[in-house]
Design a protein around this ligand. Sequence first.
Ligand code: AG3
Length: 325
Amino acid sequence: MSPNEHVPSMVQAGGYFPEARGFVDGEWYYEENVRAVRLGLRLQKKLHQEKSPFQTLAVYDTTFFGKVLTLDDAVMLTERDEFVYHEMLTHLPLCSMADPKSVLIIGGGDCGCLREILKHESVTRVVQVDIDERVTRVCEQFFPWTRQAASDPRAELLFDDGIHYIDKSESEFDLIIVDSTDPKGPGVVLFLSDFYQKVARALKPGGVMVAQTETPHWQAVMMGAIYQEMRQAFPLVSSYLGWIPTYPSGCWSWAYASASRQHGDYLDEPRAKKLESTCLYYNRDVHRGAFAQPNFVKKILAGENPFRALDESHRRFLLAEGALS
Ligand code: AG3
């Protein structure tokens, strides 16, 4: 059992609410979360769909959001707002370091993170390990940045299980970025303390891990459990927020974790300033402000569930409906 009665283990959290599911209905694509809320994107047409050995990939065209990539029917990116996610997962940690040289991306097959990392001249090596080569190949076909980023001489693209790769790595990276899908199915391992411990070992002294950690609005229990797992591997863990309209609830969180580095210890002002002109989201004000936490998020990070009564009543409803086992 979990040491904190309010925060179930990651495994229990996984079953707390059903996973996201997506479907096309006429000219709309809907992503449904916790069987209670749907986001609808108006479609132009389906450009691609396939089943890889790992997941179902689809690319849609829309007039408003541009092209949209889904994996297992969850929205991974749209051309309209992917900049938020990719800029926040890369520039925020990279501008928190004086001279970052080596970066590892776990996941990230669409190469959005890679594209942003390559803007940093000090970085000489970026290893990207995504289990599913098809994500990269399909994105190369539909998103203009993928091919360009993937062919950069500083980039090393491996198609392998991130856990295998990180097992063999020790004190190698200044920054490790976990650009994963939701914690479900085989992807859950990327949210467990065992994995985070391996990440901690693969970091150089003073290194940082950042990871996507879902939404505090619909997934308080899940988010609390993720941070609990992380704290078992890293003494210093904080969380930052950003706004991504096509992700569940639109409010997204990321973790900033390290053995020795506190967020806010350092910001390379001149480098961040130079970078800002290439960004649509990231700037120095956003960098500092992103760590400000609304009270309900503070509670989640402290292991409480501010929506406990509502969550429990929804669970009773889902149980009666047979949507939970
Ligand atoms: N990573 C996935 C974020 C999770 C979105 N979840 C959802 N729509 N249910 C995005 C990968 C982009 N490089």
